[in-house]
Design a protein. Structure first.
Length: 389
């Protein structure tokens, strides 16, 4: 409930940065899950492939024959197939790691928009997964911050400091499985390259099959932990963002935006002067008083409405009937507008040798006899005696 949460604290100095807009990482979460399924399936196929090879040559190995597989008719070209099958899951696992790092960067960056606190920058959080020494402890810290600071039940920006806000039991399992599988994968890569360079014998295949069988439970544990952690953490961030948006604090990094959202949430308007009022959630901030709740983005009378912006940007429509209407022009000596196409013909009855003076605008009727008719407009110009036009 919003009514019992108390007044909303003002945003911090970091919250005034323009780079704290919330961008949901749901797309990156789906990519992580896709790249988790693919290497797991390929690892199972590798295990089945090696198992078929062992079953095919087990009778001869049981009789005490240790021989090179590449020298048998079935094993012709076996090394190249083994190279392709066993290294393909590792190549795909690199895509899994890259997709996971993309999601970690997006989720860790959203902590600022969710009014949470973080210890590192998003770039440092990503590098902590690949730096050899730092990856022993910092990935767990980054995962904990993503989980705890995305708690939807604490939407006022108060940082949480415990692991008890939700089901967080997968975090220690995830971190332990991450470290174990990381070590085992490097060990398997080293052994595979060594076995592929050396002569293939049945004992080497058995040893490789044992390593592959030992790594499968660790891979399952790692993939399950990453799957659940990424999915639940992403749902927590989206839910926290929805609650912040209901409270008017989402995507509003500045104090003015936060104040306006606070006012619109409870039916207040910040378009008036300050008036001390209070509501069930606390006293209103300065500059807020009761008013009409109005959304200018949906009000067609507002100049900022998209329909009005499009109408202003669109070119004027031509008239479909008749010829184009001429723009009326202003007469040179009269304040009124005359019809288009009017020609002023001034008739002078004075001597042409006199000095020229400017004409004077007079009334419509009456006056002395020295008057010039402006035709066809019904305006009369009074010309002083002794004036030449």
């Amino acid at each position: 409930m919003i009514d019992d949460m108390g007044p909303i604290p003002p945003p911090t100095a970091e919250a005034k940065s323009a780079s704290m807009r919330y961008h949901s990482a749901r797309g990156a979460c789906r990519e992580v899950r896709f790249w988790l399924i693919l290497p797991l399936v390929l690892s199972l196929l590798t295990f089945v492939f090696l198992l078929v090879v062992l079953l095919a040559y087990y009778p001869e190995f049981a009789r005490g024959g240790n021989f090179g597989i590449d020298k048998t008719p079935i094993g012709q070209g076996f090394q190249w197939w083994a190279l392709f099958v066993m290294l393909l899951p590792d190549v795909v696992a690199a895509g899994t790691i890259l997709s996971l790092l993309v999601w970690v960067h997006a989720a860790y960056r959203n902590l600022d928009a969710l009014r949470g606190k973080r210890r590192y920058t998003p770039a440092q959080a990503v590098l902590s997964f690949v730096v050899p020494v730092v990856q022993l402890y910092r990935p767990g810290v980054v995962a904990r911050e993503i989980w705890t600071e995305s708690d939807p039940s604490r939407v006022r920006g108060v940082p949480s400091s415990s692991w008890v806000q939700g089901p967080a039991t997968q975090l220690p399992i995830w971190f332990a499985a991450f470290q174990a599988v990381w070590f085992v994968w490097f060990l398997l890569l080293f052994l595979r390259y060594g076995l592929l360079i050396a002569d293939w014998e049945i004992e080497q295949v058995l040893r490789l099959e044992g390593l592959q069988l030992f790594s499968l439970p660790l891979q399952f544990a790692l993939f399950w932990a990453i799957w659940t952690f990424v999915g639940r953490a992403q749902r927590r961030q989206d839910e926290r963002f929805q609650r912040l948006r209901l409270m008017g604090l989402a995507n509003d990094p500045t104090e003015a935006e936060s104040k306006r959202a606070w006012a619109l949430r409870d039916g207040f308007s910040d378009l008036h002067s300050y008036c001390g009022v209070s509501s069930p959630v606390g006293a209103s901030p300065p500059g807020v008083r009761p008013g009409i709740r109005r959304d200018h983005r949906r009000d067609r009378r507002s100049r900022s409405h998209p329909a009005r912006r499009m109408a202003r940007a669109a070119p004027p429509l031509r008239r479909s009937s008749g010829r184009r209407k001429a723009k009326p022009r202003r007469c040179p000596n009269v304040e009124r507008r005359c019809a288009p196409g009017t020609r002023w013909r001034l008739v002078d009855r004075t001597d042409l040798g006199e000095r020229r003076q400017p004409p004077v605008v007079a009334g419509r009727r009456g006056g002395n006899s020295s008057r010039a008719m402006a035709s066809p407009c019904d305006h009369r110009l009074v010309v002083a005696r002794g004036t030449t036009l």
